[in-house]
Each structure stands twice: as structure tokens, then as C-alpha cells.
Design a protein around this ligand. Sequence first.
Ligand code: P6P
Length: 335
Amino acid sequence: MSNKTTTLGQFIIERQADFPYAKGELSRLLRDIAIAAKIVNREVNKAGLVDILGDAGTYNIQGEGQKKLDVYADEQFVSALRSGGECCVVASEENENCLYIESEISKNAKYIVAIDPLDGSSNIDVNVAVGTIFSIYRRRHTEANTKASLEDVLQKGDQQVAAGYIVYGSSTMLVYTTGKGVNGFTLDPSIGEFCLSHPNMKMPKNGTIYSINEGHYIHFPQGVKDYIKYCQQHDPSTNRPFTSRYIGSMVADIHRNLIKGGIFLYPSTSSHPNGKLRLVYECNPMAFIIEQAGGIATDGKGRILDIQPTQLHQRSAIFIGSVDMVNSLMRFIDS
Ligand code: P6P
């Protein structure tokens, strides 16, 4: 195996050739996100040693108590995007409204970023993996001095030009796609660089891991209940019973399934009749990545990436993972 180290920056420049008309803006935008990710990683790793744990005493648009690290992460990504000059709108889970960046260097920028700055933050205080999820669109109207609007953000997931996540776990990885496959980079703290560690990631076509919060079981749709029972039945010919693994951090659960094979399910529940996870900055980016790696992502009725968003923080049910496992689930949902 070659011991050549390819940093994220080198990789992005090498791959820029895949986009003949690229002038480097997307490359620089990905660079800006990676810089913020390294800063957030530093604080996530210090959590417990400095006063960054616990509640911020504020609430986000979802009415969820914000953790200090939630707010810190949001500030870091917004700051990096604002100063990078390649992004004109930031839509964040932590902010009710979009942030329009109208500085001279950014107001004509052609990219939109939707982001969940720190997903799974309830796990921070107990030292369990958390993540950042981002989605990048090209603005719809790029004529000079045309103001960006919410319409530029509420695009279908199949319009994404790039998507990725950072998982702050036993190591810190950045995984992203620009529509030509999925590549994973592991942060080497000794040089402060994300280095290519998982080239051309492919999700196994089948798997034996199912990830769902079974605490909501009695409220699941019947087809989902029937699928869970199917996973638990004894049938060596289909490697059942499957293994139940649930971290409670979407990025960590889906990252594990991307590598090992598996299915992640967040159906509608009584407390979240439209599902809990947010379409624009959680479901769409993860769906783009998983489809690019050879998996499937559906809301139980249709492809996640085909949903036309109508509200910035709207939620969606999501069933995402290995082709054979998602298709097996759909047979129960459709029966
Ligand atoms: P529950 C974390 O709060 C999150 O948004 C996702 O990262 C995770 O998959 C889900 O919610 C967990 O929700 O209801 O199982 O605690």
C-alpha cells in the first residue's frame, strides 16, 4: 500500500480537474469547512476540561436546549464561512432564520451552505461521538447583485453540489461527496491535517446491523414494527437475528453502517409525527452521501433527495442504508 499521505487540500485540488469549469470556489468552500471542523474538534476533545460542557441556557428554533458546544460550533462554522467569501447564505439548525452574508466579498458568492453544526449534542456530556453535517447548493440566480433568498436554500436534495459530515469519535473523520463518489479523511493531529484514509467508500449492499430507538416502538408504523420483529427472528440462512446498534448520534450511526453495512431508521413517532430528523441539513446531506456510496435513503414513501422542502427546519422520517436492507424494510412498509 502506498505510504503517500494525501491531505484533504491536495485531494480537493487534484479532484478539481473533475469540474472543468471550476474556478476553485467550491474547493475553497470545502477548505473553509475543514478549518472550522479542526477548531470544533479541538474543543470537543477538551470537553470536560474546560467550561464548554453543559447547557448554554438558550434554546434553538426546535425549542431544544442548546449545549455550549452547539453554540460554539455554530459560531465557528459561520465565522469560517463568513470570512471565506465563497458562501452567501448559511442555514443552520441553531438559527431560526437563514444568515445572509452580504459583505462585499460574499454577497455575490454562488454557494449556499446548510449545516447542523453539532449533531447528537446530547451525547457530548457523556463522551459519546457527535458530528457535524453540511450540505452545499449553488444559488439559483447568480446574476450580479441579485440578493440570495430562502428559495435558494429550499432546493431539493438532488440539487446538492456537495455534502459531508465530520464525526468526532475515537478519531475525527471528514467524509464528503461532490457527486463523484465518497471519500473519507482522518484528522492527523500531529500535522493538523485531514488525510485520505478511506478512498472511494462503498456501502455494503447488505448488512446485519439495524439502528433504531426501540424506546419509541409502540408508536412506530406497523410496517416498521413488523420489520423490527423480522430483524430479531432466528434464521441463519439470512444471518438473523441481526445486531441492534444505536448510538443516538445520527452521524455516528450512519458512519458505522456506511463502513459495515446496515440500516438506520427514524420513523414518525407520537412525539414526532413527521419524523424527528431535519430534511434540509440532516436527511438530505446524509442521503446524498449514502446514495453516492451505493446505498438508499427514503422517507418510506419516496426518495429523500426528491422531496421539495417547504420550510427550513422541516422534519422527515428517514430509512437509510444498505440496498438490500432498505428494500427488505420497504416490503414490510408496503405490505
Ligand atoms: P432519539 C440527536 O439529537 C439526533 O438529532 C440525531 O443525531 C439522532 O440520530 C437522533 O436525534 C436521536 O433521537 O429520539 O433516539 O434520542
